[in-house]
Design a binder for this molecule. Structure first.
Ligand code: WT7
Length: 633
């Protein structure tokens, strides 16, 4: 599945465009199927309807686990590094991971889980999170992982939307010096959720929890039951290629997060292929992705992609800055990491601590670096290259999205010539194009436009859970017959792609996707707020910060306290990741005569670019702009 030279890449790429079905069929033949497909691809972007490997039967966990056992059962699958560096690390071989997944799959069955059920997972970054995910896939249940930083309200919204019947969680999680009471947050969420019958709770932090009779059970007790039943094997459920594998919620430009749906066959082929090819993974290499399994990066490139390739992955529970800003480098040293895949925000944050934290660390094991989540600015690119890669490691800047399932535009390590700040070229099988506002293709090089994809790829989303129309309008209706990414993009003279950021009302804060409408809804729930508008502004470390303009007519004497109250509201309603960095109280928002908020103007003010506000003549009340400008933070 790996191309070995740039010439070969160009040749394979051409074939993948001219004969996509043939190309993907050849790739799919590298995986284990219970039955092969009747048809490689059936599709239209109008409904949309996308079916890959129709008629094929498989179970993704047999590709992630069983097929490695004979030759590589003793190969480490997961090396787990705890939050506290003094706690022992854990290593799970493929055989051990297989056995634990089967055991827990039986726990799920004992607790009433069956194929097609939706199961919510809200857990810390411990091996049991990967085990829970794979156990769902083993029995054909659809997992919906919710990142451990989301609030009770956010969890409840997701559980209700997917009608989950089981929740898997832990007593609490450790992140640096903080302890997050996961089970107690789940209890708050479940007050609103009628569909949940069982909660399975892993012991991690020994935080006291309340266990409800008949509903809540301990992970460890349930495993013991399976052991006494001698019920350690669990045959893999036979799945259709197009059966749902998981739902992962992500923010868009409207208020409610949507459940992006990925299916078994195409997602497996796509994540396995892109992992193998872009990183040029070789057996025995140690790979470390610093993401959390709660996001798509963790799903595709901690769990499924690397495991289908029999790779050895480091999984890290903690945060890069605790006990100090050298933590990631200590982990690289400790496990002799060869491939390090991280995010621009982490690189910029660690950069800001100065060279002392990298001095004296042994980076000699590193051969390849990767980045994901937002544009990797040139300063950070060079620092990563020089200080970490020692000028010897290609930087694989992977552009992709929750919806794409896997890498789309990305260098292939040691194959694609690099350019700082560029995701470079589309991987084989990916057909990008740029369009103008009217959907007209902008051909040629040295051009910018909105990034679309014109042909399906196996890892693409199939629908948004419970609301196919929303999937159509969000991704396939802006430009007929194209998938619209929501990103702006530049294609330079060499045909290289540089992602310039979102062109919709979606922010990218520390690589986390946040809908401005979602934050506004949360702010507007505060009792003294009349209305608000949220925009992004450039932030040295986070990439973008959250700037909220808030109309609060009867402001309390202590307006600083009101700001804190509003921040607290956002934390409670969405989660701390969406908390505004800046709040400016204003007497009104700039609106057009038809009542539309002119965000363009607010964005300029938040960016500090007040000299270029552009045309303000259509405003209902131009005076409000002067006031907002004067009070800008
Ligand atoms: C958005 C998707 C894909 C996993 C992490 C985020 C931005 C992602 C890059 C990159 C420039 C990037 C885009 C995209 N983005 N990777 N390498 N260069 N921008 O997944 O939460 O679905 O967010 O992240 O704006 O649309 P996500």
């Amino acid at each position: 599945m790996q191309v070995k030279s740039f010439e070969e890449y160009q040749q394979v790429y051409r074939k993948s465009v001219e004969q996509p079905e043939q190309f993907w069929e050849d790739i799919a033949n590298n995986f284990l199927w219970k039955k092969k497909w009747d048809k490689v691809l059936d599709w239209n972007f109008k409904e949309p309807r996308i079916e890959w490997f129709k008629g094929a039967k498989l179970n993704i966990t047999e590709n992630c686990l069983d097929r490695h056992l004979e030759k590589n059962g003793d190969t480490p699958a997961i090396i787990w590094e705890p939050n506290d560096p003094h706690e022992d690390h854990r290593i799970l071989t493929y055989q051990q991971l297989h056995d634990k997944v089967c055991q827990f799959a039986n726990v799920l069955k004992n607790n009433g889980a069956k194929k097609g059920d939706r199961i919510c997972i809200y857990m810390p970054m411990v091996p049991e999170l990967a085990i829970a995910v794979l156990a769902c896939a083993r029995i054909g249940a659809i997992h919906s992982v919710v990142f451990g930083g989301f609030s009770a309200q956010s969890i409840a919204d997701r559980i209700k939307d997917a009608e989950c019947n089981i929740v898997i969680t832990a007593d609490g999680s450790f992140r640096g010096t903080k302890e997050v009471p996961l089970k107690s947050i789940i209890d708050d969420a479940l007050v609103q959720c009628q569909s949940v019958q069982k909660v399975i709770v892993l012991t991690r932090s020994h935080t006291p929890v309340s266990m409800i009779k008949g509903r809540d059970v301990w992970w460890e007790d349930e495993i013991k039951k399976v052991e006494t039943q001698r019920n350690m094997e669990c045959p893999a459920e036979e799945m259709d290629a197009e059966d749902m594998l998981f739902i992962l919620y992500t923010s868009g430009s409207t208020g409610k997060p949507k459940g992006v749906v990925h299916t078994c066959g195409g997602y497996m082929v796509y994540t396995g292929y892109t992992f193998s090819n872009a990183f040029q993974y070789q057996p025995g290499e140690v790979y470390f992705c610093t993401a959390d399994i709660g996001w798509i990066t963790g799903h595709s490139y901690i769990a499924y992609g690397p495991l289908t390739q029999g790779a050895t992955s480091v999984m890290f529970e903690g945060i890069p800055t605790w006990p100090n800003a050298g933590r990631l480098w200590d982990i690289v040293e400790k496990y002799k990491v060869n491939i390090l895949y991280t995010a621009p925000t982490a690189i910029r944050s660690l950069m800001s601590f100065g060279d002392d934290v990298v001095k004296g660390k042994d980076f000699s094991s590193l051969t390849k670096l990767g980045s994901v989540g937002e544009p990797l600015n040139e300063e950070a690119w060079h620092w990563f290259d020089e200080k970490i890669g020692k000028g010897n490691c290609p930087i694989v800047d992977t552009w992709w999205q929750t919806e794409t399932g896997g890498f789309m535009i990305s260098p292939i390590a040691n194959v694609t010539p690099l350019k700082p700040g560029y995701a470079t070229l589309p991987l084989p099988g990916v057909q990008p194009l740029l369009v103008d506002e009217n959907g007209k293709e902008i051909a040629g090089n040295g051009v910018s436009g909105n990034l679309c994809i014109k042909f399906p790829w196996p890892g693409m989303l199939r629908t948004t859970y419970g609301d196919h129309e929303r999937c159509r309008t969000t991704y396939f209706a802006t430009y007929p017959n194209l998938y619209f990414t929501g990103d702006g993009c530049l294609r330079d003279e060499d045909g290289y792609y540089r992602i310039t950021g979102r062109v919709d009302d979606v922010l990218n804060v520390s690589g986390h996707r946040i809908g401005t409408a979602e934050v506004e809804n949360a702010i507007n729930m505060h009792s003294s707020v009349v209305e608000s508008a949220v925009v992004g502004y450039p932030h040295d470390i986070k990439g973008q910060g959250v700037y909220a303009f808030v109309v609060c007519p009867n402001l309390h004497d202590d307006s600083e306290l009101t700001k804190k109250d509003i921040m607290m509201s956002v934390s409670r309603i969405i989660g701390a990741i969406a908390r505004p960095d800046k709040i400016q109280f204003v007497s009104g928002l700039p609106k057009t005569r038809s009542g539309k908020i002119m965000r363009r103007i607010l964005r300029k003010i938040a960016e500090g670019d007040t000299a270029n506000l552009g045309d303000t003549s259509t405003l209902l009340d131009p005076a409000v702009v002067e006031e907002i400008k004067a009070g800008a933070l």
